[in-house]
Design a binder for this molecule. Structure first.
Ligand code: BV8
Ligand code: ZN
Length: 231
């Protein structure tokens, strides 16, 4: 059985990372991601955008994966033992899936712990604060390696290819508000794939799902994985 999982900010919420919509932590009251996660904001006020990502990077480094991340590691191993596979696509820019032990994570919106050079495009690991003076070896300016609104998501060809072989599509902890990520469930349905939503509350595209389970990810994801692996 091949399972395609798409995660959003809700899967990292119980690890203390902010969600974009709904009740947020203090960090999100100070900054509006919709205003700052754009190339225009970065061009206009790079120092503030760097500060926004520096605060999230520090928060992430101090955070830990939760039971939902761990359950997806168990799912990956369990499917492989049965000759199947897990494709894990995330909208999140955190590395909590990797730190929990997931072996292949497709970050369609980039990664907070990486930086990209505006001149040569080189992507490098980044655990420290970035600023307007941060430079690449080629002397180009560094920006967070994340996909901002208006920019093209990463790995889309690989993502659509994985949908071709999926037996089940599961969205976890996402509001279904951001495209093209929110359009993936419809792509799955058009291919006749069964779709399931695991979230705290109904997402904007809840009607597109065949099954829907609501609750905190750290509770409903482990119990859902138990059901999948018992089948
Ligand atoms: C693009 C990185 C062209 C930066 C992010 C139609 C088609 C195509 C594009 C558009 C379109 N309409 C509009 C657009 C433009 C735009 C868009 O979608 N705008 C929205 C606002 C309408 N899209 C883009 O610009 C994208 N680029 O379209 O390029 C293109 C198109 C197709 C193919 C090629 C090219 C780029 C979008 C990427 C932006 N970057 N992140 C950063 O992180 O700072 S998006 C950012 O917001 C996140 O990455 C994430 O994707 C999104 C937030 O969504 P969620 O993850 O769902 O998080 P959210 O807070 O919304 O929801 C959390 C959910 O969890 C909630 O439902 C909550 O109830 C639940 N929850 C909370 N706690 C828990 C929980 N669940 C379980 N347990 C809990 N404890
Ligand atoms: Zn460079």
């Amino acid at each position: 059985m091949n399972v395609f999982v798409l995660t959003g900010a809700g899967v990292s919420a119980e690890s203390g990372l902010g969600v974009f919509r709904g009740s947020g932590t203090a960090l999100w009251k100070r900054y509006d991601p919709m205003q700052l996660a754009t190339p225009e904001a970065f061009a206009r006020d790079p120092a503030t955008v760097h500060e926004f990502y520096n605060a999230r990077r520090r928060n992430l480094i101090a955070a830990s994966p939760n039971a939902a991340h761990a359950a997806l590691v168990r799912l990956e191993a369990g499917l492989a033992q049965r000759g199947g596979a897990l494709t894990l696509v995330t909208q999140n820019i955190d590395d909590l899936h990797e730190r929990a032990g997931s072996s292949r994570v497709i970050h369609m919106h980039g990664e907070l712990l990486k930086a990209r050079c505006a001149s040569c495009g080189a992507v490098s690991d980044c655990q420290r604060d970035l600023g307007v003076d941060s430079r690449c070896g080629c002397a180009g300016a560094l920006r967070p390696h994340v996909v901002w609104f208006g920019e093209t998501p990463l790995y889309m060809d690989e993502i659509y290819a994985a949908l071709e072989t999926a037996d089940l599509f599961v969205a976890i902890g996402t509001s279904g508000a951001v495209y093209p990520a929110a359009g993936l469930v419809r792509e799955a349905r058009m291919r006749g794939v069964r779709c399931c939503e695991l979230n705290l509350e109904p997402s904007d595209n809840a009607a597109e799902f065949d099954d829907r389970r609501y609750g905190a990810a750290s509770e409903i994801v482990p119990s859902w994985v138990d059901v999948i692996l018992e089948k």
